[in-house]
Write a protein of this length. Structure first.
Length: 404
């Protein structure tokens, strides 16, 4: 069964400029200036044509600047020019196998939470599937994608290949009228899953994203290796991922700060289910205000982790975001003891790695400190991205030694 709902033939849409080299290199996006405008009401699957030549199949999104998302090219061996539904059947089978192969390295005894499909990174635009122990969560990044991807077929395939899965849940935006739908089984009020032998709890229905930020897995593990006997401050902690790995690494004390009280309650729950005895402070407060207060009190920590939400949701917001990142990083550095560690992270896709490092350089300068880069991290292997789309390398993580 195809994972895509497609008729045999598709209406066409014209490229308005030559971006073939761009597409054949592996880039999957065409913006409004590169494709004809046929109106938002015509959003859906389309055959992409340039100078009467069929280029491939993809999705037209008439209500966004990202106007066309390429699924498959016409020069691929599975492509059937006169049968779109067969093409998508063969194509989706290939994408499935390729995605599963990358995830075979996961040891389910120690880590039973991972991303099965990462949108364009796995060649499946608009589709994200995350696994949390016995729960699979499907999420789309645009409303039109829910009408194109066959969620029920995807759910059935997941359960067939991962027999431990008891529930497959289609999750929508938290502000949607209907937050989600059970496709198979019943979503529990609490889902407990494992990451590198630590337990985490999530209320998937109300949580951010699909239920957790799986993309920081490798970076959380890195913190564990440096945490022995350290006093640790985790800013923008959400549900305490970095906090738990610091505790697991033998931290002397851990302080978690997040503005959302429900997130802080979840931190407490995560410490509870892991039975940690580490001294732990849970603070529901604005991180900017908390840091200012700690500077006034002259408090210092061995390790400070600053992982704020995206300050740059679009290109226009980058200058303002740069100011915000510089301020919170600089003030966080002021809280680090001499020769202690500072971890900075950003999930803003509109700020690339070099821009991120320049922000950290400015932050160290403003704090009157010098930094030595110990580790530069990014998203893990289950969050791949096409080489031709560096803008999808959204996660940046840098660990520094702070020197006077």
């Amino acid at each position: 069964m195809s994972l895509v709902r497609s008729p045999e033939t598709l209406p066409t849409i014209q490229l308005t400029r030559d971006v073939l080299k761009h597409l054949k290199r592996g880039h999957r996006w065409i913006f409004a200036s590169g494709v004809e405008d046929v109106g938002a009401s015509s959003s859906g699957l389309r055959a992409l044509v340039y100078k009467k030549e069929l280029i491939g199949f993809g999705v037209y999104q008439g209500d966004t600047q990202l106007r066309f998302r390429l699924f498959c090219l016409s020069d691929e061996p599975y492509f059937r020019k006169n049968n779109a539904s067969k093409t998508f059947e063969l194509w989706s089978e290939r994408q499935w196998k390729n995605a599963v192969k990358i995830r075979e390295s996961f040891n389910m005894e120690t880590t039973n939470s991972f991303r099965l499909f990462n949108g364009e990174g796995d060649g499946v635009p608009g589709l994200v599937v995350d696994i949390y122990n016995d729960v699979a969560v499907i999420k789309h990044d645009h409303a039109i994608m829910e009408t194109i991807w066959n969620s029920q077929a995807i759910a059935e395939r997941i359960v067939k290949e991962f027999p431990q899965i008891k529930c497959v849940y289609l999750k929508r935006r938290n502000d949607a009228d209907e937050k989600g739908t059970n496709l198979i089984g019943q979503l529990p009020a609490e889902t407990i899953f494992k990451e590198n032998d630590l337990l985490f709890s999530s209320n998937i229905r109300d949580a951010a994203k699909t239920g957790f930020f799986l993309d920081q897995r490798d970076n959380r593990l890195a913190i564990k290796t440096f945490a022995k006997d350290a006093t640790v401050l985790n800013l923008f902690s959400y549900t305490g991922g970095f906090s738990l790995f610091a505790a697991a690494g033998g931290a002397k004390s851990v302080t978690s700060v997040d503005i959302a009280k429900v997130a802080i309650e979840n931190v407490k729950r995560n410490f509870e289910i892991n039975q940690f005895k580490t001294e732990h402070s849970d603070v529901a407060a604005d991180a900017f205000e908390f840091v200012d207060n700690q500077i006034t009190l002259k408090h210092k920590y061995d390790i400070v982790i600053t992982d704020p939400p995206s300050f740059a949701p679009n290109e226009k917001s980058v200058p303002q975001a740069t100011v915000a990142y510089t301020k919170i990083y600089s003030n966080s550095i002021r809280l680090v003891k001499e020769n202690g560690l500072f971890a900075a992270s950003s999930c803003s896709s509109h700020i690339d790695t070099e821009a991120f490092l320049e922000i950290t350089r400015e932050a160290f300068s403003k704090a009157g400190k010098r930094g030595t880069l110990i580790r530069l991290g990014a998203q893990p292997s289950d969050h791949p991205y096409p080489l031709a789309m560096p803008e999808l390398r959204y996660l940046k993580f840098a660990l520094f030694r702070v020197e006077g």
